[in-house]
Each structure stands twice: as structure tokens, then as C-alpha cells.
Design a protein around this ligand. Sequence first.
Ligand code: NAD
Length: 457
Amino acid sequence: MTTLKIFNPANGEHIVDVPTDDAASIAVKVAQARAAQPRWAATPMAERKACMVRFRALLAERIGSLARTLTSEMGKPVKQAKNEINGLLGRIDYFLEKVDSATATETVMNDGGTTERIGHDPLGVIANISAWNYPYFVGGNVFVPALLTGNAVVYKPSEFATLTGWHITRLLHEAGIPEDVFVPVIGGGEVGAALLAQKLDGVFFTGSYATGAKIATIIGPRMIRMQLELGGKDPIYVCEDADVKVAAESLADGAMYNSGQSCCSVERIYVHERIYEAFITAFEATVRSFKVGDPLDEATYIGAITRAPQLAILEAQVADAVAKGARLLVGGKRISQAGNWFEPTMLVDANHSMELMREESFGPVIGIQKVSGDEEAVALMNDTRYGLTAGVFTRDAKRATALLAQVNAGSVYWNCCDRVSPRLPWSGFGDSGIGVTLSTYGIQTFTRPKAWHLRQP
Ligand code: NAD
């Protein structure tokens, strides 16, 4: 039997080996899910919701141990792990509140004996292939509405968040979701690929552009629902009228929270030349105040880097930026201790010839560039193949609206950043992916609309 070795990225220690799935076991699991799905779809919505209410209660009850597990396998500071689980509770509440109205059958015409109705049928059996950086969020955005709307879910947690995936599975089953309706498959990329070889009715993926592009090639010709939530190179523009200290503190947090390993982390900052030096001073002070250390310590703000190969990418981005003229003000190198560690890193006088400003860093590294005004800032914000989030800091609401209207991103922020709301659609432009989660769109996406044309005899 093949096993997956799970290590603690904060100290390099081996935690446990878990058995992985293979093509044969995945085929059995998908067949079981397919057999079970019609029964689940026929279960009254009130019963499906009651299971999710119980799941929510179990998460809340066991938050301490769940958070410690997440921290031990991916290095996220434990306080941020708790924030994530608490955040999922709010998302579940939103889905529970909206699922009935978002999927209610709607009569759109009733005239002369003819009725037209829109119905919402579940997709069937869907694959939920998840990333490790926010396993509760990116998994929950899929499996919560998918289960509520009557789908069976075959769930592949990331190989870097497998123990959390097991906890999620156990709690869903304990809450009453049948074991053949929510089915985990365990392993790395090859297990994800084997899952895609099965007959599925939808694929919901969160991860890198490189993997998303491979999945698109495989799934595209099969004409099933496919959503790919991929990376970002999320820009922020700080205008000359912004409150420099407030902006610097907010953006340093947006860049370094979860050790910078968020798809919507602030990845590049453009600052108006009139406040450039003041902003840099305030930003540097904030970064230097961040406590780096044991992720299990409640006071820690920056933890370990989850995947060891990312350290070389961060080093290469720093070296490339410095070689091309950036000034390294803070950090810039690995921290030499057991596990995967990188110093919080701040580079200024950056420009778009540098990888730092073009490709996802996915670590506690930020590039800051001086701009002459709004036109240059918008051009630079849009000079990217990604389009996940973008933001502006200014006191002027009209100016912010005008700027954000020109930016190609799925989410835009005024005087805030690195923010996701269950009430708003989460989606990306360009290489940030296709499809939508969250909001009522993110409920309906797990259904197919059916057009009913009904004529009385
Ligand atoms: P990844 O692409 O390496 O892996 C994602 C998942 O895909 C894992 O479960 C992995 O096992 C699986 N996988 C790998 N190869 C596969 C294949 N050939 N077929 C099927 N499945 C395969 O990404 P990651 O390192 O887990 O996640 C980091 C990336 O995710 C970053 O780019 C980040 O920006 C992005 N992300 C995006 C969002 C969003 O909402 N847009 C949210 C979180 C993370």
C-alpha cells in the first residue's frame, strides 16, 4: 500500500504516514457516491440543513484541537487557524440562510394555460480538489453549498492538509452526512489526476495556475461544470491623500498574514511619489514588529512556509529584484533552523522587469514601487496575467470608484485588502481562473437550471 508521509513544516518532524488512494479504490468510492446521490438529493432540504447545523456545532466545539492539527501540518499560526475555522462558521451561516431562496423553483410566466418555471437540479457527483493554504475556507466554499444543494462530493484535500481533510470528513459524517455522500480520497497530485479519470458531473478545483491549466485540458472536452480558482498577483495603489500609517499597517498585514500564503495576499504595492518615503518608513516599522516563531504560540504572527520548494522561489525573486535595482530593506533570506522558514521581506524601488512584481510570491515577501499618479498606477495594476483582487487607498470615494472601475479583477477593495465575504461572489479574471464561489452565485453553481415549459391540456 502506498502511504503519504506528513511532516511538520515548522520543525521538519515526521508526524504520521497515512494510506493513500489509488485508481481502483477511487473507482469504488466514486461509484458509491453515484449510487448514493439520488437518495441524498431526495432528502428534504430541512434535513440536509440540519446536518450542516450539526457540522457547524462540531467545528465550534472542537476548534482548539482542529486548529492545532492545521497548524502542525501546514505551519499556520494557531491564532490564524482559529480565525479560519471561525470564518467558516460565518460562511456556513450564510449558506444556511440563503440556500432555500437561491434554489427555489421560480415561476417566470403563467398565461393562457402555459406556465414557465426555472428549477435547480443538483449537478450529481462532483470532485472537490482543494489547496492547503486555507483548507477550511476553500474546501468549505465548495462542499458546504454542494452538499446543501443535493450533490455527492468526492473530496481530495491537499497532501499538505490531509489531517485537516480527515477531520472535516469525520465531522461531516458525525453530523449525519452519509459516508457515501461525502467521500474523501487521499494523496497527492497523482491521486487528483486519478479522480479526474472517473465519470464526474463537476470539477471544483482550488490551486495553482499550472495545475488548473492541466485540469482544464483534461476536463474541457467532457462538457461538465468546471471551476478553477487559481493564483493572484494582487496589487494595491496608495494615493497621496491616504492616511499613510493606516494604509501601511493594513497593507503589511494584507501582505504577510498566513505568512503571505493567500491567493488574495497583497503581492505588490504602488505608492504615489508624494508619500513614497513616508509610506516606506511606516511599512518597515510594521513589518519589523511582526513576531516570527513557533506557530503553536498564540502570540506568533508569522509561521512556517508550508512547502519547502517555495523557499527557493522566494530566494530567486529576491535575488532577481536586487540584481535589477530593488533595495532590500527587511529580511530577504531563509531563517536557518529546522523546518521551512523565510524572513518577512520588504523590497522597495521595485519595477515590472522583476519577477517579484509579475509572478505570485506566495510567501512573506512584498515589492513596493513608486508611481507618478493614477494613470500609471492603473496601467501597472492591469499589467498582469492574473486578476483576482486589487485595491486603492484614498480618502476620496469618487476617485476610488473611478480607479477600481478600470481594474481587471474579480474583487476590488477601497481602503481594505485581503478580504473575502460570503455575501460577495469570489472569482478571478485571466489566469486567476474561471467560475464563482460564495454569494448566491456560489450556491447556484452547484445546480443546473432546468427550463420547464408547461401547457395545460
Ligand atoms: P496545487 O496546484 O499544487 O495543488 C492543488 C490541489 O491539486 C492539491 O490537492 C493537489 O494534490 C492537486 N493536484 C496536483 N496535481 C494535480 C493533477 N495533475 N490533477 C488533479 N489534481 C492535482 O496548488 P497548492 O500549492 O495546493 O495551492 C496554492 C495555489 O492555490 C496558489 O497559487 C494560490 O494562489 C491558489 N489558491 C487560490 C485560491 C482562490 O480562491 N483563487 C484560494 C487558495 C489558493
